[in-house]
Design a protein around this ligand. Structure first.
Ligand SMILES: [Zn+2]
Length: 482
């Protein structure tokens, strides 16, 4: 029976997959299918994209709007960081961490398993299978496991996790050991996933293309080599589809914007006050929650943001629409029961950094020159997907748009299982052996909005999306010269 192994390189951009930096991934890419136009969801942050990978849903559908977010049915007037144990507390109070079933939930109804291991944040690991205690499968992370009872067994057998490092190679190597000695040979799940926190960690710490980031890339690629050699040696290449993906692309920070302080100074009180605003900072973007969904406050806040030189794309939810100059949050798949009232991407450009990687944007944290993501920059809205194995065609580059929401439906198709639940992603038929060899029809759309400002200027913005069937991919969004 075919099984699927997903390998995630956090924050890896297509231009970094070269034979010099990543020889193992480059070889895999040449043998299998390379998706040349792959997309994360907006906001281009890790945990939101992890949730989209395992649910096949855009953020509005799975409800994890961002890494830092308000969960209105949990704590309506306060932003939380999507980490473990906060996410477990969300589940305890509201009954669910995510609003849509995950691959693990769906597989469990077919008697199959999803097992994830990751060395990124606890929140990233947690969203892979929040219901593991109830519906099966497992998640393994240095800080915790699900089910909780598994932790002692893993520590006893494999020893304590090495400390976190830069690059985070020792932890990743430990995870690869658990993958190749326990998860794949013993649990043999229908779907296994391993998440490398590199190159993300090193790009945040030292910048995209820095010596540290390049060393991290090479070390992470070497771990992929260990996994691929294990598959070959164990005779598992013929029945294992390997999908290698990243969660988002990257930019270099141009300036720091202290958004929360700026919004307060502009006269908007915090979320504990009527008429207040909660700023959930997410690096290259921010989710803004207006207390009681007050439309007048949302309009005033939007007008204030549009006057700022760092304001890029600005989307508004149905709850506060219409707000002149904004575009609908639904354009980016953000509409849903836990949606923010406003979502703002910083205004980005394509200027190269010192290591010649294009893309700069302001950020709510970090420091100028370091790496960041979260925005609607096209340099962050392009990530990688490569697939090699018995279910995929060979030596093919797909030019049709694809995205992180397509992973779950495509994996279920490979396994011959029905989801039984709506998904925003599509089956990547054009990549499958025996599938339709022709690329699907795609439509590109640019949506624009503008608003005259009090000072006589005009705020203008444009968001470009590609559509294949019912699936929408955000290509880019930014303010235009006004
Ligand atoms: Zn990430």
């Amino acid at each position: 029976m075919t099984s699927v192994l997903i390998v995630v390189f956090d924050g890896l951009q297509p231009s970094q997959v070269t034979p010099e930096l990543m020889p193992h991934l480059s070889a895999l890419a040449a043998e299998g299918v390379a998706f040349g136009n792959h997309h994360p969801v907006f906001p281009t942050v890790t945990r939101t994209n992890a949730a989209s990978m395992v649910t096949g849903r855009a953020p509005g559908g799975h409800g994890l709007a961002a890494n830092t977010l308000v969960v209105p049915d949990f704590q309506p007037h306060r932003a939380i960081s999507a980490m473990e144990p906060e996410l477990a507390q969300v589940a305890a109070k509201t009954g669910r961490t995510l609003l849509s079933p995950t691959l693990a939930d769906i597989l469990s109804t077919h008697g199959r398993e999803y097992v994830a291991i990751g060395v990124g944040t606890s929140g990233n690991a947690y969203v892979h299978n929040p219901d593991a205690e109830r519906s099966g499968g497992a998640t393994i992370h240095p800080d915790f496991t699900l089910p909780r009872s598994l932790n002692g067994e893993i520590i006893e057998r494999f020893g304590a996790w090495p400390p976190e490092g830069r690059p985070n190679t020792a932890r990743m190597a430990h995870a690869v050991r658990i993958l190749t000695e326990y998860i794949l040979p013993e649990r043999d799940p229908a779907v296994a996933l391993i998440w490398s926190s590199e190159p993300d960690k090193s790009q945040h710490a030292k910048g995209v293309g820095s010596e540290l980031a390049n060393a991290a890339l090479s070390a992470a690629d070497e771990q992929l080599g260990v996994i691929l050699r294990w598959l070959a040696g164990a005779g598992r290449e013929a029945d294992t589809d390997v999908m290698v993906v990243s969660d988002h692309g990257y930019s270099t920070i141009s300036e720091i914007v202290e958004l929360d302080a700026i919004v307060r100074a502009a006269g908007f009180p915090g979320g504990d006050t009527p008429g207040g605003v909660i700023v959930a900072a997410n690096g290259g973007s921010a989710m803004l929650y207006v207390r009681d969904k007050d439309a007048a406050t949302a309009d005033r806040l939007a007008a204030f943001l549009m006057r700022q030189p760092w304001c890029g794309a600005l989307l508004a939810s149905e709850a506060v629409a219409p707000i002149p100059g904004t575009l609908p949050l639904s354009l980016a798949g953000g509409e849903g029961p836990r949606a923010p009232e406003l979502a703002m991407s910083f205004r980005w450009d394509s200027q190269p950094n010192g290591a010649r990687y294009p893309g700069h944007a302001p950020s709510t944290g970090g420091a100028p020159g370091l790496g960041q993501h979260g925005s609607m920059s096209r340099h962050e809205l392009r990530n990688i997907l490569f697939a090699r194995g018995p279910s995929f065609r060979q030596a093919l580059t797909v030019e049709a748009p694809s995205g992180n929401t397509d992973l779950a439906p495509t994996i279920l198709r490979i396994l011959g299982l029905r989801s039984g639940h709506p998904m925003d992603g599509r089956v990547l038929e054009e990549a499958l052996a025996g599938g339709s060899a022709s690329e699907p029809r795609q439509v590109a759309e640019t949506h624009e909005a503008e608003r005259p400002l009090e000072d006589g200027r005009v705020f203008r913005q444009a968001v470009t999306v590609s559509r294949v069937g019912n699936t929408t991919y955000v290509d880019q969004g930014n303010a235009l010269a006004g």
